[in-house]
Design a protein around this ligand. Structure first.
Ligand code: SF4
Length: 249
């Protein structure tokens, strides 16, 4: 056998490079669609402590983005169905007087259908869309919000499966009726009002009821710290190894 070693320093350099690519996401200022889905507390802590993502999450993001890029190129170059294709389409929703309400990014904006790309490693049955989307209800919440912002009633999902059964890719078309979209928008606006109240008071929203989201959450330790300790910058930095970033000042 040849002499084979693991190049730890090269791995560190690559991971640092990947981390630098995702750091800006916690620096946004307006209310992003994703701020109102699954955990309303996490965006507050992400903005304050801007932690590094762990390596597994970074690699998952990277695979997801690679898939999105391939889908985008395929749609852009080969589609005769979708027009005006744009990767990471920025969308905003404002009041009539111009006051910003929500902002977000659709993976691939296009006419007449937008496309969200998803990458999943969970062992899910690609041939059972009802079960797949019931288990990933937050995909639908995000997409319904974008549908309202785009004044549309449908969206495509291109899902890449990397599961114990192997690799697969399946496109799904999802359609909603007006009443489903209107109900969902009311929920999103209620959540926005709730987080804005906390922003004004300088307090944190409640922890999410979806406890699975806390596994691997980059602000887990600071989130579960009691309030008096979290408020002191030096104590937070001394005691929170997983929050490797510095608190914003
Ligand atoms: S640890 Fe859980 S409750 Fe706290 S911010 Fe993260 S996801 Fe939300």
């Amino acid at each position: 056998m040849p002499d084979i070693t693991i190049d730890v320093s090269m791995k560190d350099r690559v991971m640092k490079h990947l981390a630098s690519q995702y750091r800006d996401e916690s620096a946004r200022t307006g209310t992003h669609v994703s701020d109102l889905i699954v955990c309303l507390r996490r965006p507050f802590l992400m903005r304050e402590y801007f932690p590094d993502w762990d390596s597994k999450t970074l690699l998952r993001f990277t695979l997801g983005r690679a898939f999105e890029k391939v889908v985008h190129e395929e749609l852009l170059l080969n589609s005769n169905v979708l027009l005006n294709v744009e990767q990471e389409l920025e969308v905003t929703h404002d009041e009539e007087d111009g006051t910003p309400v929500l902002e977000g990014h659709i993976d691939i904006g296009a006419d007449p259908l937008d496309v969200e790309t998803k990458f999943t490693m969970k062992s899910e049955d690609a041939n059972d869309p009802d079960e797949l989307f019931a288990g990933n209800w937050y995909w639908l919440e995000q997409a319904m919000t974008y549908a309202v912002m785009r004044r549309r009633r449908s969206m495509m999902f291109w899902v890449f499966f990397a599961t114990r059964w192997g690799l697969d890719f399946v496109p799904y078309l999802v359609k909603w009726n007006n009443s489903e979209l209107a109900d969902h928008w009311r929920v999103m606006m209620a959540r926005k009002k709730y987080v804005e109240g906390h922003r004004i008071l300088g307090t944190l929203p409640e922890k999410t009821e979806h406890k699975w989201a806390c596994n691997g959450c980059p602000v887990y330790k600071v989130c579960y710290m009691d309030d008096s300790r979290r408020g002191k910058r030096t104590r937070v930095e001394e005691t929170t190894n997983s929050v490797r970033g510095k608190r914003r000042v």
